[in-house]
Design a protein. Structure first.
Length: 94
């Protein structure tokens, strides 16, 4: 598996993310996206490095507190990564 770096950014009502493959001491973006509108009807959107839609789906959250919804959104994202069976090993996240 190729080493990779996961970047996360939690905004006021969204969770943004990107995965970068580490290739010969350089980073190559694999995908990027976000779960937006965590307070109401969250939308999960992922695009590949060329900006083409990879996946889009609504996320069913329990509409709890914003903090709990961030936790559920992150859990949803990690489950999505595992389902993709990508050839990348996340070595670091930040």
């Amino acid at each position: 598996m190729q080493p990779s770096l996961l970047i996360l950014n939690s905004g006021s009502s969204s969770l943004k993310f990107a995965l970068y493959a580490i290739e010969k001491s350089k980073l190559k973006r694999v995908f990027f996206g976000q779960i937006e509108n965590l307070t109401e009807d969250p939308l999960f959107l992922v695009k590949n490095d060329q900006g083409e839609k990879w996946d889009e789906q609504t996320v069913s959250l329990a509409k709890k507190s914003l903090t709990e919804n961030y936790h559920l959104a992150f859990e949803f994202f990690l489950n999505w990564i595992n389902q993709q069976k990508l050839p990348y090993q996340i070595c670091a996240a930040g």
